[in-house]
Design a protein around this ligand. Structure first.
Ligand SMILES: [Zn+2]
Length: 229
């Protein structure tokens, strides 16, 4: 049974209009990462952090999946083997495109998390620290996203997928954020063929067997077409 494991990063959502903290301009440029994307920043000023994620949630709500997201959904639907997406993105564009096997290792904008009891629920468009937890009633609501200094979600499950992968693809990732930057090595160690699809060579480009460079909306549909041919 062949199994394709696909890691996606900000580069696949860029052409849907969602910027990242490396882009100039946009939401991230107005803030320091340590203020809006760390547990310490949240402890200092939870209102600022909630405002930032409320704005990102509203921006993501208007974004549409692009040809790359749609091609990966088609791959899951039409490929004879197993297809799993591990995404670093907190948007829901893979799901909007029709993918169903998606692991959000850095959490989701559309999810709320209670610091008190660990309960998760669908995030309202606007939320704050005082938004009560539906399970325990505590006013300790935070965005259900993984911040710098926190452990990503699904690490054990991801390790199992990487060990079973016959193909590992990295799409639109910088290769600078760990532990995701190590996935190519893990998949290779277990015998997977590895491919990087990115706008330009990443920091870890040489770790891949093959590389395809260009906009995600071009290289991803081409790659999917070659797999299904
Ligand atoms: Zn709670």
């Amino acid at each position: 049974m062949s199994k394709i494991v696909i890691l996606t990063g900000a580069g696949i959502s860029a052409e849907s209009g969602l910027g990242t903290f490396r882009d100039e301009g946009g939401l991230w440029a107005q803030h320091r990462i340590e203020d809006v994307a760390t547990p310490e920043g949240f402890a200092r000023d939870p209102d600022l952090v909630h405002d930032f994620y409320n704005a990102r949630r509203q921006q993501a709500a208007t974004a549409q999946p692009n040809a790359a997201h749609i091609a990966l959904a088609r791959l899951e639907r039409d490929y004879a083997g197993d297809v799993v997406i591990v995404t670093q993105n907190v948007d829901s564009l893979h799901e909007a495109a029709g993918s169903t096997a998606v692991l959000h290792m850095h959490g989701r904008l559309n999810s709320a998390l209670c610091y008190g009891c660990g309960h998760r629920w669908d995030a309202p468009p606007e939320m704050g620290l005082g938004t009560p937890c539906p399970a325990c009633g505590a006013a300790k609501t935070r965005p259900d996203v993984v911040w710098f200094g926190e452990i990503p979600y699904f690490m054990e499950e991801i390790a199992h997928h990487l060990a079973a992968a016959t193909v590992f693809a990295s799409i639109g990732t910088s290769g600078q954020v760990y532990p995701a930057a190590n996935f190519v090595q893990e998949a290779r160690a277990f015998g997977a063929a590895t491919v990087e699809l990115n706008l330009e060579p990443s920091e870890i480009s040489r770790a891949f067997d093959t590389r395809r460079f260009g906009p995600a909306t071009e290289v991803v549909p081409d790659w999917v077409h070659s797999l299904l041919a």
